[in-house]
Design a protein around this ligand. Sequence first.
Ligand SMILES: Nc1nc2c([nH]c(=O)n2[C@@H]2O[C@H](COP(=O)(O)OP(=O)(O)OP(=O)(O)O)[C@@H](O)[C@H]2O)c(=O)[nH]1
Length: 341
Amino acid sequence: MTTPPGYPADFVPLRTDRLTLRPLRAEDATALHRLVNDWEVAKTLARVPFPYKRSLADEWILSTWAQIAAGEAWHLAIVGEEPGPDGPAETLIGCVALTLDADRRQAELGYWVGRRYWGHGVATEAAGRLCRWALAQLEITGIHASALRDNARSAAVLRRLGFRPAGEAMQTFLSRGAPMPVNLFHGGREELTGDAGPAAGAAAAPLAGPPLMLVAAVALVDADGRVLLARRPEGKPLAGLWEFPGGKVKPGETPEAALIRELKEELDIDVSASCLAPFTFASHAYEKFHLMMPLYLCRKWGGTVRAVEGQALAWVRPKQFGGYAMPPADRPLVAMLQDFL
Ligand SMILES: Nc1nc2c([nH]c(=O)n2[C@@H]2O[C@H](COP(=O)(O)OP(=O)(O)OP(=O)(O)O)[C@@H](O)[C@H]2O)c(=O)[nH]1
């Protein structure tokens, strides 16, 4: 396929066991029109008129490219494979979308699935994948969604993903030509990614409490007094949060040796133990483990910092830590660094 001008070719498709989520292509318009121009689908969608004209599909696909390029909204095709005469062929199944709110701290989730693909968990699989991607890649703290009051199937999808009810509202539905009652839903990072937050009532936990995890971390400080933060990549617990470089101390390792190893593996820099100055530590009850994390300060290293694992990195002035969402264990450390540096 030659890439037409404007197509967001640099968006790396998201994959699940059965599905691929990728920007829509001009040639998806015919299938898209067929699937959406179906009253059973259109009647659940607020922004789709019915009947749905074929030319609208072409125009809409082009508009989704501009939105991806602007970093405002990601309307993605849900595609799967079906057996065809010449072997498995790519098939459009539906669409899933995430649109940033004006303040860019929250986003709205939307999805639809062609009627013949209902009942196979497609919406849950696709929307869950897009939510996890968004929480790891965008600076958002939560996602909201709505479902028509009588659309129990969509409400069940949202509940399965971890969304919680957040009230009711009236919303205009182009397909119905009228405002309709909808149930609102909201999910924060913990609910949607299944990450354990701080354990409520950890102090009262029985003696055989969660295991202790020893993690060594470092504040690398550059000549301008900026500190390096690394973003936890998708797929890891607490994905999307910014943290101090480091990692788990392996059995038989000292915290210093663990840091020297992690800094080489993650950032390709050489640090000697004598340049790691103990600074403070975090002791934090997560639900599944208790984190004990010594934090070192380091101002001298060999080589140039680079993101070996493709993780996002940021050199941040201590005053600006507030703009970076960090794991709950790090909050006291941030305050101490701000005082010290
Ligand atoms: N490196 C690091 N880990 C932190 C910080 N704050 C914090 O709560 N943690 C937690 O400490 C644990 C570190 O585990 P990790 O997954 O980074 O360790 P690792 O690099 O050895 O990972 P791996 O097990 O995937 O190889 C995670 O649960 C992480 O959420 C921080 O500032 N830096």
